[in-house]
Ligand binder design. Structure first.
Ligand SMILES: [Ca+2]
Length: 316
């Protein structure tokens, strides 16, 4: 997502304003007990056996029950975060070079390679990137008037949303040769998949699940925190059965239950890219990719000089 030159953030947010939220799913006492036990695993050996991501998932599930005071978001937070939603901080495993000319709109890992989409009219493209060097190995430009947004690979196709053109473009995932396009209502922001459907955000709390063959909307969920809608849902990534979404213009990622839309937790990435390395020119967090095979989580931002592999600390 980006600023429109004729719209302030506030006016655009109003234009995108929310639909009503769905109710928060009730927690399951039995699973809470099980995950609490997992979250309390403290021995190094046990933690090696249970991957950090697996622990994090387990801990999110139980930490909604009774988070420690340190995990509660301050009442003066600019985010509409409920008191009982856990907040996770991260550790950086490694960082890699990232193209500071890339106005990142989408990021994904697929079969050992990083893919990225960039925005801005006249500068939008899709690209295959060498993780280690940041070098662009393959690229296809999206001509004006389109403003590129999120991307996702499903099957042999790569799908690219546009911000306000009301259409998505479909490419061969290997050659980037165009295969077609489809239309949708409203704006396009982030894109991911559950392996069957494309899942799309549009800046409102709504997530649309789309049939990749017919392009029909199969279902929708409203992202909500304790029943209150959460808007500015931006870049998406499916991580171990959860939808992770960057909240636009913040350094936070929300962890969403794809069935109910409930926000299960927040990941606080404040300070990941130091202020001294920020330009202040819309260089906000934007870009989440998950390597399921290697259990690696990558994040970056628009025009950031670095791309980070991170792990979550358990909320305690
Ligand atoms: Ca992504």
């Amino acid at each position: 997502m980006s600023f429109h030159p004729l719209m302030t953030a506030d006016s655009r947010k109003s234009a995108n304003d929310a639909r009503n939220a769905v109710s928060h799913a009730a927690s399951n006492a039995a699973s809470n007990a099980a995950c609490k036990a997992s979250c309390n695993v403290t021995s190094p050996l046990a933690r090696r056996v249970l991957s950090s991501a697996a622990l994090a998932v387990l801990c999110v599930a139980c930490s909604t029950d009774a988070p420690a005071a340190d995990d509660r978001v301050r009442a003066d937070s600019p985010l509409t975060v409920g008191r009982r939603t856990p907040v996770y901080r991260v550790d950086v495993v490694r960082s890699y070079p990232h193209d500071t000319a890339a106005f990142t709109q989408g990021l994904l890992w697929h079969e050992g390679e990083m893919y990225e989409s960039t925005g801005e009219v006249g500068k939008s493209n899709i690209r295959r990137v060498d993780l280690a060097t940041g070098e662009v190995k393959q690229r296809r430009d999206l001509p004006p008037p389109h403003f590129g947004e999120g991307i996702q690979i499903l099957g042999d196709k790569l799908y690219q949303l546009t911000w306000q053109s009301g259409k998505a473009f479909v490419y061969d995932k290997n050659s980037f040769a165009p295969l077609g396009e489809f239309a949708y209502e409203k704006e396009g922001w982030g894109l991911t998949t559950d392996g069957t459907h494309l899942i799309m955000s549009d800046g409102t709390p709504r997530l649309r699940f789309i049939d990749p063959e017919t392009f029909k909307v199969v279902r929708e969920v409203m992202v909500n925190e304790n029943g209150s809608s959460v808007k500015d849902v931006n870049e998406l990534e499916m991580v171990n059965g959860e939808i992770w979404a960057n909240k636009w213009m913040t350094d936070r990622i929300m962890r969403i239950d794809p069935t109910t839309g409930a926000v299960l937790g927040w990941i606080d990435l404040a300070g990941l890219l130091p202020q001294s390395q920020r330009t202040g020119n819309e260089d906000v967090l934007n870009g989440i990719a998950y390597d399921a095979e290697g259990d690696r989580i990558f994040v970056t931002g628009k025009r950031w000089p670095r791309l980070y592999q991170i792990t979550l600390r358990a909320a305690n």
